[in-house]
Design a protein around this ligand. Sequence first.
Ligand SMILES: Nc1ncnc2c1ncn2[C@@H]1O[C@H](COP(=O)(O)OP(=O)(O)OP(=O)(O)O)[C@@H](O)[C@H]1O
Ligand SMILES: [Mg+2]
Length: 238
Amino acid sequence: MLELKNICYSVKENGKLKVILDNINFSCEENEMIAITGKNGSGKSTLLKIIMGIIKPTCGTILFNKKNITNFDISERAKLGIAYSFQNPISFKGITVRDLLNISFGDNNKTVNDYCEILSNLGLCAIEYLDREINNKLSGGEQKRIDIASVLARQAKLNLFDEPESGIDIWSFDNLVNIFKNIKASNIIVSHQKKLIKQADKILILDNGKIIAFDKTKIVIPTLNENGYCKKLRSKNG
Ligand SMILES: Nc1ncnc2c1ncn2[C@@H]1O[C@H](COP(=O)(O)OP(=O)(O)OP(=O)(O)O)[C@@H](O)[C@H]1O
Ligand SMILES: [Mg+2]
């Protein structure tokens, strides 16, 4: 359903060209879950932003259900069924949790039960949160949960989650893992957490803007270790 062909992204910094993503090629099939992992600064968030259309690639092509969407903006991609959850959720001044969920549901006639179903999955009580404004008075973990809830309410064809685990306490983490396990859509999830990565069908590892592994989870997992990503595969692939 999603195909990235020869995607690269570079910026000019102090008059020098800085390559952030270098010749990225991969596909995500219908109902497939791909976990993207790799060291800080390896280009994971940049890659998700390129898929969502938040930034434009310097070269390469993106196909969604065989349609060339490389020049589509964020809202055109959203209309096609791509949803995105930020690494650091943004505040929406004057917008309440109820408003955000209504935008995601595309419907203003939802009942408290509808909100409750989606928020309680994420450990939030609807009654307590629906009329709260989405600003920094919410804790980091609360903002992250509301952001994930708004993506789930979209029922998109392809969900992009950037570190959904960040800010989520260890007591709630297993519940979050279960949520991802049960989403009926394609999902591309950036994560540093092995427990979450293990749920994916495939794992993609980025290193310095390049893909150093992209394969079935059971093949990639044994190569991950505490001291760095994918040592064996790296030496195998030169
Ligand atoms: N517009 C830009 N100008 C200069 N450097 C940039 C720009 N955008 C991203 N970078 C750099 O590109 C690299 C990749 O950034 P990115 O946010 O994609 O990393 P990441 O893999 O998501 O890291 P983390 O695990 O810390 O979230 C970083 O070194 C970042 O500083
Ligand atoms: Mg990131």
